[in-house]
Design a binder for this molecule. Structure first.
Ligand code: GRF
Length: 227
């Protein structure tokens, strides 16, 4: 299968980037990362990319007069690499129509909460402080509003009352590392069809279409005997 050329945008540690790289190297994620772009020079994700010989670019938003100017330069750089889709993996910037229109319908983002709850930076902290029993993460298409686009996949994890937010964040991150590569593979396979707010996943092949689907379900605290 031919590989979808993508760019990955980061701002920090890049563990989600690493998850993508690992799945590519395992041979089950059919994308070619043409460039990792960070808006922060010190982002550790840049080192991860270099270790795997992926071209990197640092473009500081602080060097631009407006969000549109910054986005315009990102578009110019990324288009030059041949990237046809964009994965935002911990990229802490809001993008404008300048960027959206350049990769229309081909930008996805990972968010560390079950959207539409706890959008914005600090989703894990807000969910933890609110006292939810279940939190999780979401991969969605990006649109003009923050953390708002049509949802591709979500995963739930238990949240323990009063637990340290770092512990919850780590539990969420572990499933981020599973659903982001999966959503990226569906994008690469051209299996994501958006109808309004709904993202319909096309079938991989006829054999799978005939399989019974076992829907997993997470309930926390767990149900007790008889319920
Ligand atoms: C992740 O929790 C992501 O969902 C959020 O920022 C974090 C980035 O982690 N937007 P990493 O840089 O991929 O390690």
């Amino acid at each position: 299968m031919s590989k979808l050329p993508i760019a990955v945008l980061i701002s920090g540690g890049g563990s989600n980037l690493q998850a993508l790289i690992d799945k590519i190297e395992e041979g089950i994620l059919d994308v070619d990362i043409k460039m990792v772009l960070s808006n922060r020079a010190g982002a550790y994700g840049l080192e991860r990319a270099k270790t795997h010989s992926i071209p990197t670019c640092v473009l500081s938003h602080k060097d631009f007069k407006s969000r549109e100017d910054f986005d315009g330069e990102m578009v110019r750089i990324l288009k030059e690499t041949g990237a046809q889709a964009v994965v935002m993996a911990g990229f802490m910037r809001i993008i404008t129509p300048v960027f959206l229109n350049a990769f229309s319908g081909r930008i996805i983002n990972i968010h560390p909460a079950l959207l539409p709850s706890f959008a914005g930076a600090g989703g894990q902290t807000e969910a933890g402080e609110y006292g939810v029993q279940i939190s999780g993460c979401t991969v969605h298409f990006v649109d003009e509003k923050m953390d708002n686009g049509a949802i591709i996949i979500q995963a739930a994890v238990p949240a323990m009352p009063g637990e340290d937010v770092d512990v919850l964040a780590k539990r969420i991150l572990r499933v981020e590392h599973r659903i982001l590569p999966q959503a990226t593979q569906w994008l690469a396979e051209g299996r994501l069809r958006t109808e309004g707010r709904f993202v319909k996943l096309g079938l991989a092949d006829v054999a799978k279409a005939e399989q019974d689907t076992d829907f997993p379900c997470l309930i926390n605290p767990p149900l007790e005997y008889g319920f």
